[in-house]
Each structure stands twice: as C-alpha cells, then as structure tokens.
Design a binder for this molecule. Sequence first.
Ligand SMILES: [Mn+2]
Length: 427
Amino acid sequence: MQITKEQLQQHNEPQLKKHQAQWTALRQQLEERGVDVASTLQQLRQFQVAIPSWALGTGGTRFGRFPIGGAPLNLEEKMMDIGMLHALNRSSGAISLHIPWDIPDNAAHIRALATELDLRFDAVNSNTFQDQPDQQRSYRFGSLCHTDKEVRRQAVEHNLEVVRYGAELGTNVLSVWLSDGSNFPGQYHMQGALQRTLESLQSIYAGMPDDFLLFLEYKPFEPAFYATVIPDWGTSFLLVNKLGDRARTLVDLGHHLPNTNIEQIVSTLLAEDRLAGFHFNDSKFADDDLTTGSIKPYQLFLIFYELVDGMRRKQRPMQDLGWMIDASHNIKDPLEDLLQSVDAILLAYAQALIVDTPGLQQAQEENDPVLAQEALQDAFRTDLRPLLAEARLQDGAALSPIHCYRELQVRKNLIAARGEKTIATGL
Ligand SMILES: [Mn+2]
C-alpha cells in the first residue's frame, strides 16, 4: 500500500489552522529564548531513523505470539511498509537488513525499489545466534567464541557473506551482535572465549572492503544467563580498539543492567571517537524491547543531549552515527509502534537541540547544580510537538502520522491484501 500526496493533504487540511496557532506560539517562545528556529527545523528534517527489516511483523515472547495479520511476507513487502512509514513522517528513510532473514536475491531490483520509495540501506546485520536449516555446524555453544575452529570459520564466513550483500546494496556498515556466552559457571574458559572472539572478529575485519565499518554490540545477559562474551561497553570498546579505526561500539538502549548511566557511556565513547550509533527501544526491567520513549523519556533526552553536545564539539554531523530502532512489537500494531518510536526519538533530539548550552556550561563552571538542572529541564519540559509537526509539514508528511494511518485504515487494507494469518521473518 502506498500513500499519496493527496491523501496526506486531505489529512492535513482540517488540522492546519490549529497547527498554525500552536506553531506560531511555540516559535515565538523559542525565539525569545534565543533558539535558532530555522536551523533546528533543518536539523530535525535531516534526521533519519532506520527501520529494521525484522520489525514489521508482530513479535513474540518465548511464551507465544499474537499475529494481527497483514504482515509483509518478503523483502519487497517489508520495503513497501517502510516506504509508507517514510511517506507519513519523512523521518524513516532507511532500512536495515538482517541476513539470512531478508536476503536480497536480486540486488539491482531491490536497489531500484529503494530509490522509488526514497529509502537508503543502513547497516546489514549478521545472525550467528540461531542455526539455519542448511547450516553445517551448530552455534549451540557459541559462534565466534566457539572452541571448534570450524564453527568459528563458518561464523566468520557468514559475516563476510553479509558484508557482500551489504556492499551490493550500497551500505558500508556491518553490525554484529553475538549471543555467545555461557549458562553455567565453568562452562567455558572466559579468557579463552574472549581471545577466540577477538581473533574471529579480526578475520572479519580483515576480510571487509577498505571502506566498511564494523559496529559491535554488547549485552549483559540473555540468551546466555551466566556470562556473555561481550557483556558491556568496556569489553566492546576493548575489542574495537584492538580491531582498528573502522570498528566502533554500538549502544542498544535495552542492553544494560537496570539504572546504568547510559548517557555517561555515550559521552565517553564519543570523546574517544568510538561511538557507532544506537539501537533504540525502551525497557522497564531488562531487554524488554518496548516502544522508545514509553518508559524513560527523560533518560532518552539526556542521552540525546550528550550526543548533540558531543557531536558539536567534534564538529561532526549527527548523520555520521547509525540510528536504528531495535524493538519488538508484541501487542501494538508494529507499524504504529514504529511511528511512535520515531516520533519519540525526534522529540528527544529536538529537546536536546534547544537546551541553553551556554547557560548550562556556566552553571557547570560555577558548580551550581540547581541552575544546571533548570537548564536541562527547561528544555525537556517545553512541549515541542508543534515543532515536529511543522518539520513534517515542510517535508510534505502528515501532521499526525498515527491518525493519518488510522484514517486510511492501513492495517485493514494490508490484511485484505496479504491475509489474516501472515507471519513475517524475524523475532
Ligand atoms: Mn540491538
């Protein structure tokens, strides 16, 4: 299903008057505070969040799955769905593929479709956390860390195959997440597992084209419940430093133990030029993969402030980093969940952009925690939704993507086209 310009205009038309009133009031308020409104709008319009190819169908837990129908059954249908999200918000103009769930058999055709939908290819993701039906050796006891060098060789070769698919589609980023770990004390030799992982990663790094980047994720537990080989940012940082300049540490918001100060991790990685980018989601207890911004929006804002400030200091554009949603949509319509996630990410970014940085810096220099808090919370508590709506309007998107989606009865149409009992590849 494709959404036309006329449909977007029909959605926007009745809301224009109300939007203009809200936007005029907010713009005046922002200008009085010294915010460069034109530049802020421009930065918001440029910011694009990648949608992973595995997030378009209903997810599940180990207890069950409740599909809602209309799920995309192949890569083309997944791209159509992302193209539709991008038409609604003009902020989801990138797709991140997972191999082998979404192998682009005909790269030229897939590239042409991406151009038609105004999408680009973001990082390609490898998968050595599952066994595939045609696979020779099992990853039951790990992949890059395995004691058997033939298993490690198979896992390295898989990653290089993913790189080749990525290169055909015009991306230059390989994203690696390992489930390698142990469930019981003594199950493996910890130093041995880490050393073998490093050597396998070095083989992958050496086999990538010269312009390719390697993003390395970390995760403290699950599916391994005693130890994971790369449990935290420190271990990922250690490995990427040993690999070379084109290796970076990828932060997945859900991959931290409760109350970890993620904004501090971001700050340190940025200072060391080792931050790859983000996998966005939110969590209450562990790696819950809930909608971004639904549980801890203040944390998301604080992270974005470190990003905005850190990238400004480095004079680097935000587009230098990778931005992707990595969540599971178990209860909500996945497409609506993705629209909400992108909106929450942009809102946190907008809040970070309007922070009175000179005021904050002065409070920091003068050791004044009260005014420092005022500077941050003044931005966080400003309702910037009309600013995001204005950015969308200027881009020809929907003033309210969720309501437009509902008005057009997208899910009903997708079910009519694809069927009730469809399950997309992915988790
Ligand atoms: Mn992730």
